[in-house]
Design a protein around this ligand. Structure first.
Ligand SMILES: *[C@@H]1O[C@H](CO)[C@@H](O)[C@H](O)[C@H]1NC(C)=O
Length: 202
């Protein structure tokens, strides 16, 4: 055969080999993208994460309620809300699961959106940025209760109210639920920097 045909023949063989190998070794697999988690599942059910998006929502977002204005109504609402939140953290599990920790974190982020006083919710959102309820803050009842006390004292500072003694949270927000005190027994150990142990508050 003349060299021209040989070259053409070899060329055709090479193209065929490449096409065949593409078909054999790169057969497209059926993939399924889970839109809620961002995970990709293929035929062997091996899943890979497309990005590092956490599977649990962070419940961020803007304030939902309008401005309240009325100072009397605002004060009554605030006292009720602090009572609810302090009682919640003081009854929170001593050794929470990761699900329970996510729930507490989500609760505060949702409250910062849905709190019935819009301007108060906006302040709470800023407090969550300054003192985020992450990591250690939700890791135990004691951590959660002291974190919230710290948040409350930030508000007290702004309102020029006395700083609350976090060591006496238990007796101040005793729900009558018969729980063992967790903070009162450990005097002067508030675990918080810059929070003076002064009895009082609201
Ligand atoms: C403010 O709120 C209080 C308590 O909810 C209410 O009694 C009062 O009438 C309100 N004042 C005005 C001006 O709406």
């Amino acid at each position: 055969m003349p060299p021209k045909f040989v070259r053409a023949f070899i060329g055709i063989i090479i193209v065929l080999v490449i096409l065949t190998s593409l078909f054999v070794f790169h057969e497209p697999t059926r993939t399924y993208l889970d839109p809620s988690t961002g995970n990709v599942y293929d035929d062997e059910s091996v899943h890979k994460t497309v990005d590092n998006k956490p599977p649990i929502r962070d419940f961020g977002g803007g304030v939902i309620m309008p401005k309240l204005g009325n100072e009397t109504a605002k004060r009554a609402l605030g006292q009720a809300a602090w009572k609810l939140m302090h009682t919640m953290t003081l009854r929170y599990p001593e050794n929470p699961t990761s699900d329970e920790r996510e729930a507490l974190k989500a609760y505060f982020h949702l409250q910062a959106r849905l709190y019935p006083c819009g301007e108060c919710a906006a302040e709470f959102q800023q407090l969550l940025v300054k003192l985020p309820p992450q990591l250690r803050k939700t890791s135990s009842r004691r951590s959660a209760a002291l974190w919230l006390c710290h948040v409350h004292n930030e508000v007290n500072k702004r309102l020029e109210k006395p700083i609350f003694d976090c060591a006496h949270l238990d007796s101040t927000y005793d729900c009558g639920c018969g729980d063992e005190p967790i903070l009162d027994s450990r005097e002067s150990d508030t675990g918080l920097d810059g929070v003076l142990p002064i009895k009082g508050g609201r």
